[in-house]
Design a protein around this ligand. Structure first.
Ligand code: SF4
Ligand code: SF4
Length: 372
């Protein structure tokens, strides 16, 4: 049975050791003694930098504690993420969200270069065949995966598996383009858009959200550059009218996430990756969206494990026990205590991803929870 270490978000005593930063320090002090990381080893701290409006990411104060713990263990950490918009703009987003060398105490590095195409093709599985793993993640010999747990319009639940799968794979590759990038998880076939002129209200939101400026309306007709488009799906997600879609299949998408995560993890030796799930500010949508809604449930705390599936299962089990918060999307949708909030919000069979991850040998759903 895998061990998952847990620190509650509650501060029941007014002392540093009972704060979330203090508890994370204690959690890592215990885990770092188990020789995951070698002296002088470069360790990637993989997180999500957020977007200009999605501020509810893993807070820099926690990334700093992770970096400090790694340095105390003799390793050399750097904080990294794959680019979602042009690389230098994405670094500025990180900076605006408080993630920079000074704040986190380690270099902040783009995992797949200025244009999100610095990646190495790695064999995947039955669905994806091969994926373009970000070169910085590919080349690092150890990693701490710091995931902000939240909902996701396509995945239902987004935690460490999604952070590895979508976040460890580039938007595109220099030779195979988007087809071995993360767009291959979002869509099927050639990923050709369907635009419904009857539904479109010409709001321009798809144009504004496109990180590659490849959408245009010519004579009120939707056009896009299919060669440049990396099928990130941001335009389809923000469309308020449901006018823009591309081919997809929920089941295939949910199963492709652990497949991509496995490909990313195949570039590391065993016991070189640690997972930290932050169950804080659990909002309905991904940190790459242009805004972050208020949390659906109260903060729960931090989970640490070296078992990917166990840390995800424990996160889901904890979320399922929570009450929906008033004035949130959960209350707008009249979700009641006892209902599966994640399932109710997005109506996606999200546990398929966890089951598939276990089937692929990425860990065990059976875990022992150890609270500090
Ligand atoms: S999927 Fe949409 S937002 Fe993403 S690159 Fe293509 S056109 Fe732009
Ligand atoms: S976001 Fe949707 S409704 Fe708005 S312009 Fe684009 S396709 Fe039309």
């Amino acid at each position: 049975m895998s061990r998952v270490f847990y620190a509650s978000a509650r501060a029941r005593k007014w002392r540093h050791s009972d704060s979330m930063p203090g508890k994370l320090e204690r959690l890592l002090a215990s885990r770092m003694t188990e020789n995951y990381f070698d002296k002088g080893e470069w360790v990637a701290v993989k997180t999500h930098f957020g977007s200009e409006g999605a501020h509810r990411i893993v807070r820099p104060v926690f990334l700093r504690i992770v970096a400090d713990a790694l340095k105390a263990a003799g390793a050399k950490p750097f904080v990294t993420d794959t680019v979602r918009i042009k690389g230098l703009d994405y670094l500025e987003v990180a900076n605006r969200n408080g993630i920079n060398h000074l704040s986190v105490g380690a270099p902040v590095v783009l995992a797949d270069g200025l244009y999100g195409n610095d990646s190495i093709i790695i064999k995947a599985g039955e669905i994806l065949k091969e994926v373009a793993v970000a070169s910085v993640i590919h080349d690092a010999s150890a990693m701490v995966v710091c995931s902000h747990v939240k909902g996701h319009i396509n995945a239902g639940y987004a935690g460490a598996i999604k952070n590895l799968a979508m976040g460890g794979v580039s938007g595109r590759h220099r030779t195979c383009g988007w087809k071995c990038g993360r767009g291959s998880m979002h869509t099927l076939g050639d990923g050709i858009f369907k635009w419904d002129s009857e539904k479109c209200i010409l709001c321009n939101q798809c144009v504004e959200i496109c990180p590659l400026d490849c959408i245009e309306f010519k004579n009120r007709e939707f056009t896009y550059n299919a060669e440049i488009c990396w099928r990130c799906g941001r335009c389809t997600r923000v469309c308020p009218a449901g006018a823009l879609t591309f081919p997809g299949d929920d089941l295939i998408f949910l199963k492709s996430l652990p497949e991509a995560a496995k490909a990313v993890l195949s570039t590391f030796k065993q016991h070189k990756v640690l997972y930290i799930n932050f169950l804080t500010e659990i909002q309905p949508e991904c940190d790459c969206m242009p805004a972050a809604d208020v949390p659906l449930i109260q903060d729960i705390g931090i989970l640490v494990s070296d078992d990917l599936v166990a840390v995800e299962m424990a996160s889901i089990d904890m979320i399922r026990k929570q009450q929906p918060l008033p004035s949130s999307l959960a209350s707008d949708q009249n979700i009641k205590a006892g209902q599966d909030i994640i399932m109710s919000i997005h109506n996606k069979p999200y546990t398929i991803t966890i089951d598939e991850a276990e089937r692929l040998g990425l860990g065990s759903k059976s875990y022992e929870l150890i609270e500090i």
